[in-house]
Design a protein around this ligand. Structure first.
Ligand SMILES: [Zn+2]
Length: 209
């Protein structure tokens, strides 16, 4: 993929996430890892999404040095680089503040396996990563722990993280995390929330291999 393609695809999914209310204001951030050049394309810090263009995207090295771009990279760039360093198969990170998922993050409550689409998209229960101040390296360290064996997690008192082998699947996982949190919340208002039985999950996991 060439430089312009990285910028365009990152912008497309950033706008999609914003339009689908996965974050508000200038919060949230997305990135794609360019494995040929060992750098990442990441959304800029504090730029309104409505007018964001391909040229606003920032290219940084894995230690945060800006290679290209007229803005600062997202203040959560260490969250992104830490995930790429620790999860070699991952090429895209979508960090959201979607309301229902963030509700679970504030309640410090994992989202159990309640929907079938959670298995292929997320892989397991969505765990809550330990609290860390925004922008600190600890955000990424805690997220990697909570992401073990999974494609998504919650950040305590903060939001959610979805990861994927490409940006489309990371984006879809972010949507499913929000969907699962919302459905759990709605189900709990009408009755007892039922989880998918463990033995059925195991059969499904075997089929996915
Ligand atoms: Zn955030």
């Amino acid at each position: 993929m060439n430089k312009q393609n990285y910028r365009e695809i990152l912008l497309t999914y950033t706008k999609k996430a914003y339009e689908n209310k996965l974050f508000a204001g200038t919060s949230g951030n997305l990135s794609i890892y360019d494995d040929e050049n060992d750098c990442i394309y990441i959304t800029p810090s504090s730029i309104p999404y409505e007018n964001m263009t391909c040229e606003d995207m920032v290219v940084i090295t894995m230690d945060g040095t800006v290679l290209e771009g007229k803005h600062q990279p997202s203040s959560e760039w260490k969250l992104h680089t830490n995930i790429y360093k620790e999860r070699k198969e991952i090429k895209a990170v979508v960090h959201t503040h979607s309301p229902y998922a963030t509700t679970f993050a504030v309640a410090n409550m994992p989202i159990p396996m309640i929907l079938v689409e959670m298995l292929p998209s997320i892989g397991d229960t969505v765990q809550v990563a330990g609290f860390a101040l925004p922008g600190d390296e600890k955000v990424g360290i805690e997220a990697v722990k909570a992401l073990e064996g999974r494609k998504g997690c919650l950040l305590k008192n903060h939001g959610a993280v979805a990861i994927g082998e490409e940006i489309e699947s990371a984006y879809i996982t972010a949507v499913y995390i929000e969907d699962a949190a919302r459905i759990y919340y709605l189900a709990s208002t009408v009755g007892t929330v039922g989880e998918i039985p463990e033995e059925q999950l195991e059969i499904f996991r075997q089929r996915m291999k």
